[in-house]
Design a protein around this ligand. Structure first.
Ligand SMILES: *[C@@H]1O[C@H](CO)[C@@H](O)[C@H](O)[C@H]1NC(C)=O
Ligand SMILES: *[C@@H]1O[C@H](CO)[C@@H](O)[C@H](O)[C@H]1NC(C)=O
Length: 373
């Protein structure tokens, strides 16, 4: 089936001016600014039809990452270059900021929820990894980078949330035991550039790390000791930063191969097939987006039970969110969401895909609701 839509007016300039003048104490509903968006007119797009329900002008500076909590429909965390992280509850309305995580002395570059959502780890250009209690916002532990360099990304080991992997600007990757704050012996490695992105496969056996020189390295992770063994290297495009890596063990009923979704600055979103147990990658498809320099991220749609095909969603520098169906040979683009006022840096689904959140380089966050058709 084809998907049709009409584009809508961009964000009203007035809304942006107002945002500059006044920082809102809490999340505020879209209606406060009138309705700067005209919803899509969509035919036959079924469950991939999303409308903006809420725009948060809460952040003064860029929001590089945002993520819904695990198995949760309404808990959303965002980090900002202003040095804070915010945990928001989107329901019951109105949305509120549940807790703000304050302490980093520099821009927050990345964060991750633990499996049970009780902890968030975050990295910052201030050179520290911080471990937060998400209930009361307390910083449980602060771990300084031994080299004193900027920390750029982090991820939990999916099978053992006591272990976190952190990447820094001096090309190093390090496994940290967050219950002690100590480096794990044998858990470090060096890449060819600043470490920008990390992703484990679901069983936590393979870790991929991307750097700003255009390389993706795969590592074998020893579950018993936390040791990393370098396995493979792929130069995607020399000199093009790998801003996002996202692993998925299957993507659809039709295509069950383990896959890796990659954003690098080549005006394309890349989908790789993982062909062996060492994390070797083979390009499967690419999708056109605008990507020249910004730290863009992308994700797999988490569910597939209610539709055919398999979708991926990505930010883009043209201020749009794109949905691509990886199983369609032609017209892979199935939806395009407009409304942001700058490059869309990150996207996140809640657990049942009823909400999508997207953030941009101007500090705007939009919550989109799926329309049941
Ligand atoms: C994490 O470490 C604590 C002890 O510090 C232990 O009780 C717990 O089982 C560990 N969790 C995992 C997932 O290994
Ligand atoms: C992490 O530290 C805890 C507490 O000391 C310890 O029990 C656990 O074995 C450590 N885990 C690893 C993989 O080193």
């Amino acid at each position: 089936m084809r998907c049709l839509w009409v584009s809508q007016t961009p964000v009203a300039p007035r809304a942006r001016q107002q945002r500059k003048k006044k920082r809102l104490p809490t999340a505020s509903a879209n209606s406060k600014y009138g309705t700067p968006y005209l919803p899509f007119v969509s035919l036959g797009c079924g469950l991939l039809f999303y409308i903006p329900i809420l725009t948060l002008y809460y952040f003064i500076s860029s929001v590089p990452r945002l993520q819904f909590a695990n198995d949760d429909k309404h808990l959303l965390a965002c980090c900002s270059l202003d040095g804070t992280l915010s945990i928001m509850t989107l329901s019951p309305p109105p949305p509120t900021v549940k807790v703000t995580l304050k302490g980093h002395a520099g821009p927050v570059t990345d964060f991750a929820w633990s499996l049970s959502n009780d902890i968030i780890v975050s990295t910052s250009k201030d050179g520290t990894l911080r471990i937060w209690n998400t209930e009361d916002g307390r910083c449980i532990r602060e771990v300084a980078d031994p080299e004193g360099s900027e920390l750029l990304c982090c991820t939990f080991q999916p099978m053992n949330n006591n272990l976190t992997v952190v990447g820094n600007s001096k090309h190093h990757l390090q496994v940290v035991n967050i219950s002690t704050g100590k480096k794990v012996k044998g858990g470090s490695s060096k890449l060819t550039g600043r470490v920008l992105s990390l992703s484990f496969d679901a069983p936590g056996r393979i870790l991929w790390a991307g750097d700003d020189r255009g390389s993706i390295f795969s590592f074998l992770f020893d579950m018993a000791t936390g040791k990393l063994t370098k396995a493979k290297r792929l130069v995607v495009n020399e000199g093009s930063p790998i801003s996002s890596i996202s692993a998925r063990s299957w993507i659809s009923r039709e295509a069950r191969d383990p896959s890796l979704l990659v954003n690098t600055c080549v005006n394309k979103l890349l989908l790789y097939r993982v062909v062996d147990n060492e994390g070797t990658l083979q390009l499967k498809r690419s999708f056109p987006i605008q990507h020249g320099s910004q730290p863009l991220h992308s994700i797999f749609c988490p569910l597939m039970s209610f539709r055919q095909g398999a979708c991926v969603v990505t930010g883009s520098e043209d201020a749009c969110v794109y949905f691509f169906d990886v199983e369609r040979n032609t017209k892979a683009i199935v939806n395009k969401l407009q409304g942001h006022s700058g490059p869309v840096l990150d996207v996140s689904f809640n657990c049942d895909e009823s909400l999508l959140a997207s953030s941009d380089a101007t500090g705007m966050v939009i919550i989109w609701r799926r329309e049941q058709k």
